[in-house]
Every structure is written in C-alpha cells, then in structure tokens.
Design a protein around this ligand. Structure first.
Ligand code: PAF
Length: 290
C-alpha cells in the first residue's frame, strides 16, 4: 500500500494505473476507520482494480459550532486497517494541499440539501459536494463508493455527478452495524457507556418501523410518531428529526412504500447520530433485529 500526501503524486500513480488498463475505484473517508468504511473498500475492490482511499477531515463541511477540532483522528491505526483490507493507495492530504486558499468556486446544491440533515447543518452539503468534486477531479475514479448511513449525502452526490456530467459511477453500500444494531460511525467514539446504551434505541426504532411496514402499516405519519414515542420513552435521546421520505428524491411521503426511507437524527448527550432504513429493503444488520 502506498501513502501519498500530494495531489501531483496521486495523479502520477493513478495515471500510470489507468494507462495500464486498470479501473480506478475511490473510497472517500474522513478517517477514524471502522468496519463500515472497510465494507466500502470491499465493494470498491469488487468494482475496480486499483482501490484508492482518501483520508481527509474536510473543514468545509463543518459548521462553526461543530466538532471539526475534536473529530476523532488516528492516522496510524487507519493506515494499518486500510492495508489489512488491501487498499492500494491512501491519499491523505494536509489541509493546505486541498485548500491552499479559501475556494473561489464551490459546488452548491440548489435542492434537496435544505431538509433532513441539511436543515440543521447549513452549508454542510456544499462542503461535502465541493470536497467530493475535488477528489473526483484529482483521482478521476471510474467508480466511487459511499455508505447508505449517510443516505442524503449519497443522493446529493449522485445528483451532482448526473447534473455535472461527471464520468464516475457512484455506488451506495449498505450500512454496517454493531451486533446490537447501532449503525457504525466514527462519532460513536464520543459516546459514554450510558449514552452508548441509549443509542441502540435508534436502530431498534427503525427495526420496529420495518416490522410494522411488513405487517401492513402504510401510514407514514403514524410510523413517524410511534418512532418518536419510542425514542422519547428511552430518555436522554433528543430527537432532531424523524422523517419518511422517498429514496429517489427525498420528498416526504404520507403513505409508506417499499422505497420509503425512514430517517432519524438525534442527539445523545453532545453526540449527533443519524441512521435510516429503507422500509422495503432494510440493510442486513437491521433485518437481523426483526
Ligand atoms: O462521509 C464522509 O465521511 C464525508 O462526508 C466524505 C464523503 C468523505 C466527504 O468529506
């Protein structure tokens, strides 16, 4: 595995691989890797010959009162995990390498970014799209893999690629969960023992909604309100939103269907967690809870 920090080096190595006929795959991450990220690497390996992982905590996607400074980082551990999963090339630029000066041009979503997570994180998706567009520009991957846990992000990236005619296939891989159902996230590291115990209620509430849908419940309003009741009953779970939206265009739905995504954001202590489930096709980790 090669570790490179400069754009010119990535371009050189990836360019050579492409000239040799290899398909290039990219897994963008902010590091502090867990099994969720590594599952994206596995999927990327199935779809490409050279797997590039970027590790970069992107300041542009953090709001002024968010956790940019405290975001967990452990480069040594990340490199060992990436190597163990047969990543070929890690691109871990310094901030000055990607942003030598504040950007003049950014990628600003016009739609779909004002709801769900975007409602409480203004500018977040502009930061995400801008850095992903830059990474696509630098690596020029044939395929790039993102996680379903950040499904609004995945939808916006797919829309960006389509709107801007970028020549990359965007693949979305299922959420990976702890055995009790908690969706894996680098931010889980912030949780105390007691908070960790409460956090599992989020995936349990989603599993309940999937089970109710399977039993014939189609009233999205009822599913949402019942999820809230369940989360409120736990105590210490401060719900930001519970939404039922179409997987295609993130529009809220009143009647639940197989492609409805039930999405939750909640704060537990000072940690903001998100999770979601497609009612007709839940990820394997959630399906196990049913
Ligand atoms: O999902 C993430 O970790 C980040 O939002 C991403 C896609 C790596 C962009 O910084």
């Amino acid at each position: 595995m090669r570790l490179v920090r400069r754009i010119v080096e990535v371009r050189e190595l990836v360019g050579e691989a492409r000239r040799n006929g290899l398909r290039i795959g990219l897994v963008p991450t902010m590091g502090f890797l867990h099994e969720g990220h590594l599952s994206l690497v596995d999927r990327c390996r199935e779809l490409s010959d050279l797997v590039v992982m970027s590790i970069f905590v992107n300041p542009l996607q953090f709001g002024p009162s968010e956790d940019l400074e405290s975001y967990p980082r452990d480069m040594e551990r990340d490199l060992a995990l990436a190597e163990g999963r047969r990543v070929d090339l890690v691109f871990a630029p310094a901030n000055e390498e990607l942003y030598p000066e504040p950007p003049t041009a950014v990628v600003a979503p016009r739609r779909l970014a004002d709801r769900l997570c975007g409602a409480s994180r203004p500018g977040h998706f502009e930061g995400v799209l801008t850095v992903v567009a830059k990474l696509f520009g630098i690596v020029q991957p044939d395929v790039s893999v993102f996680g379903q846990k950040d499904f609004q992000q995945a939808v916006l990236i797919q829309r960006m690629v389509s709107d801007l005619n970028m020549a990359v296939r965007v693949e979305v891989a299922p959420t990976v969960r702890e055995p009790d159902g908690l969706a894996m996230s680098s931010r889980n590291a912030y949780l105390s023992g007691d908070e960790r115990a409460r956090a599992v209620s989020i995936s349990q509430a989603l599993a309940w909604a999937v089970a109710a849908f399977r039993s014939g419940e189609r009233d999205a309003g009822l599913l949402r309100s019942q999820i809230r009741v369940r989360l409120d009953a736990v105590g210490g779970v401060d719900v930001e939103y519970v939404e039922a939206v179409s997987a295609r265009d993130l529009e809220p739905v009143s009647s639940a269907a197989a492609d409805t995504v039930m999405a939750i954001a909640a704060r537990i202590g000072s940690t903001r967690l998100i999770d979601n489930a497609c009612l007709g096709n839940p990820d394997p980790g959630l399906a196990k809870l049913l």
